[in-house]
Design a protein around this ligand. Structure first.
Ligand code: HEM
Length: 426
C-alpha cells in the first residue's frame, strides 16, 4: 500500500503516514493489536451461516471483517443478542479520534475472529491484561460490531464540518416523542451483535475501555430475541408476543434501493448507510390485559400465525383496500402495519434490525422493558416520514413510549491495512 499521508498535513497528526499511523497508533503492534492482513475474506474465516439449524455450531460463525463493501451487522442475518453503546467524544484533536477508530478497527477484527484483543494473562506481577477475558473459549459467535458516527463528530471541535454526510442531523421532535435526554444522541456508537450475550457484551466492554480518555459512554441498551429461537420459530417475536420482521426488507435489490449510499458528494460515505436507534418503552402490564382480538386490530395481523387480517398465512400480502360487510377496512387504517406499509407511504422501505430489551422493574414494580428499534436506511427522512404518521395515529401508541433516539452515519467496511472511516480524514 502506498505510504500516503493521513489527514493531508493536518497539524494534529503531522508526518503520520496512514500505514505507520494505523500500525503504530497507541503501540498497536507492540500491544498485540495487529491487523491480520486480509483477515476473513482471503483468510478463509468466513463460514456460511446455517439458518434455522439447531445443530449449527454458532461458536464457529465468523464473518469477514476487512474489505467488505459494507460493515457487518446490517445485512448480516440477525444474531440473537445485541448491545448498543453510544459515546460522547472528549478528545481535543482529530488525531485522537483517528487513533480511537484505528484501535477499534484492530480490536473488532480480532474479536470477530473469536480471538482476544491482547494477551489476557500477561506475565509479571505488574501486568494488566488488555483483554478482560470473559469471552475466552466462547468462539466468534457470529459477532459483528457496527460503528456509527453522530452529528457531533462534525461540529467545530474536529475541523470535519466540510466532510459531514449530507443527511446527518439531529432527528426533529416527532409526534408522541417522550424522549429522555439520558437516552438520546451520541457522537459515536457501536452496535455489537452475536449469538452469545457475553460475546456481544465483551466486545462493547473492551471497546469502551479503549475509548477512555477519548470518549465517554452516553447511553446503552442490551437487547435479546432477534434471531429465531429455533426451527419452529422462523420469525422472532417481540415482547408483545407478535412476530416482528415478517415484511422486513432482505433482498439485495431492496438493500441497493433503500439502504446503501452511492454517488455521494461525501464519497467516503459510499457503501455506507444511516442508523436510527430508538429506545421504545412498552407498557407490558397494560398490553397483557388487552383482548387478543384487540391486539390483532392494533397490529393488523393475527397473533399466532402473524398473518395479515385479510389473509391466512404469515407471508400473504396484506390487502389494505379490503372491506368488511359493514364497509370498514379489515386491516384498520390506524393499525401499525397499515400506517407503516410501503404501499401506503409512497413505496418507502427501511431495514429493521430491532431487539427486545428489559431493564428489570421500575420504581413501582412495573416491568421496565421494550424494543430497541434499530433501522438502517439511505435517507433518515424515510424514518421521519414513517414515524410522523405512526406517532400521530398508530393504535400501538397506547402501549408504547419512545424514550430514546439517535441518528448515526455508518461508513463502509474498513479496507485491509486501514481503519474504519479512514477516508473521512483524507
Ligand atoms: C415498540 C415498537 C414497535 C413494535 C412492537 C413493532 C412491531 C411490529 C410488528 C409486529 C410488525 C408486523 C410484522 C412485520 O412485518 O415485521 C411491524 C411491522 C412494521 N413496522 Fe413496526 N413496531 C414498532 C415500531 C416501529 C417503528 C418506530 C417503525 C418505523 C418508524 C416501524 C416500522 C414498521 C414497518 C415499516 C413495518 C412493516 C409494515 C408492512 O410492510 O406491513 N415499527 N412492526
Amino acid at each position: 500500500m502506498a505510504d500516503e499521508t493521513i489527514a493531508g498535513g493536518d497539524e494534529e497528526s503531522p508526518g503520520l503516514s496512514r500505514r505507520g499511523f494505523f500500525l503504530g497508533a497507541g503501540g498497536l503492534a507492540a500491544s498485540g493489536l495487529i491487523v491480520g492482513g486480509a483477515a476473513g475474506a482471503a483468510g478463509g474465516f468466513a463460514l456460511a451461516r446455517a439458518t434455522g439449524s439447531e445443530t449449527a455450531a454458532t461458536a464457529d460463525i465468523v464473518y469477514p471483517y476487512f474489505d467488505q463493501a459494507h460493515q457487518g451487522g446490517i445485512q448480516t442475518e440477525p444474531q440473537k443478542y445485541s448491545v448498543l453503546m453510544t459515546y460522547d467524544l472528549t478528545a481535543s484533536s482529530r488525531g485522537e479520534v483517528q487513533v480511537l477508530l484505528a484501535r477499534w478497527t484492530a480490536a473488532i477484527a480480532q474479536m470477530t475472529k473469536g480471538q482476544p484483543i491482547g494477551n489476557p494473562a500477561p506475565p509479571g506481577p505488574e501486568a494488566v491484561a488488555q483483554d478482560s477475558g470473559e469471552a475466552l473459549d466462547l468462539g466468534a459467535q457470529g459477532l459483528t460490531v457496527t460503528v456509527g458516527l453522530g452529528p457531533g463528530l462534525f461540529d467545530s471541535r474536529f475541523g470535519l464540518a466540510s466532510k459531514k454526510p449530507g443527511l446527518l442531523k439531529q432527528l426533529p421532535h416527532l409526534p408522541s416523542d417522550q424522549l429522555q435526554k439520558e437516552f438520546t444522541g451520541g457522537d459515536l456508537c457501536l452496535s455489537a451483535c452475536a449469538d452469545d450475550p457475553q460475546v456481544a457484551y465483551h466486545a462493547i466492554r473492551n471497546l469502551s475501555r479503549m475509548a477512555r480518555g477519548t470518549a465517554t459512554t452516553r447511553w446503552t441498551v442490551t437487547g435479546f430475541g432477534r434471531a429465531s429461537a429455533g426451527p419452529s420459530q422462523q420469525t422472532p417475536r417481540n415482547l408483545l408476543g407478535f412476530k416482528d420482521g415478517t415484511r422486513n426488507i432482505v433482498s439485495d435489490a431492496d438493500f441497493d434501493r433503500w439502504v446503501w449510499l452511492k454517488n455521494q458528494r461525501q464519497s467516503w460515505m459510499n457503501g455506507g448507510t444511516y442508523l436510527v436507534a430508538r429506545k421504545i418503552h412498552q407498557n407490558i402490564e397494560t398490553w397483557d390485559t388487552d383482548r387478543i382480538s384487540d391486539q390483532e386490530q392494533v397490529f393488523g395481523r393475527t397473533k399466532l400465525e402473524g398473518a395479515p387480517l385479510t389473509g391466512h398465512g404469515e407471508f400473504d400480502a396484506p390487502d389494505f383496500s379490503k372491506k368488511s360487510a359493514a364497509g370498514d377496512p379489515i386491516i384498520p387504517a390506524t393499525s401499525h402495519v397499515a400506517l407503516a406499509a410501503h404501499e401506503n407511504n409512497g413505496g418507502i422501505k427501511i431495514h429493521r434490525r430491532s431487539y427486545n430489551y428489559t431493564e428489570g422493574i421500575d420504581g413501582v414494580g412495573q416491568i421496565d422493558a421494550g424494543l430497541l428499534f434499530v433501522a438502517f436506511m439511505n435517507d433518515p427522512d424515510h424514518f421521519i416520514r414513517l414515524q410522523t404518521k405512526l406517532g400521530s395515529s398508530d393504535r400501538l401508541n397506547e402501549y408504547i413510549k419512545h424514550i430514546g433516539s439517535a441518528l448515526f452515519a455508518v461508513p463502509r467496511g474498513p479496507r485491509t491495512g486501514s481503519y474504519i472511516a479512514a477516508e473521512l480524514f483524507d
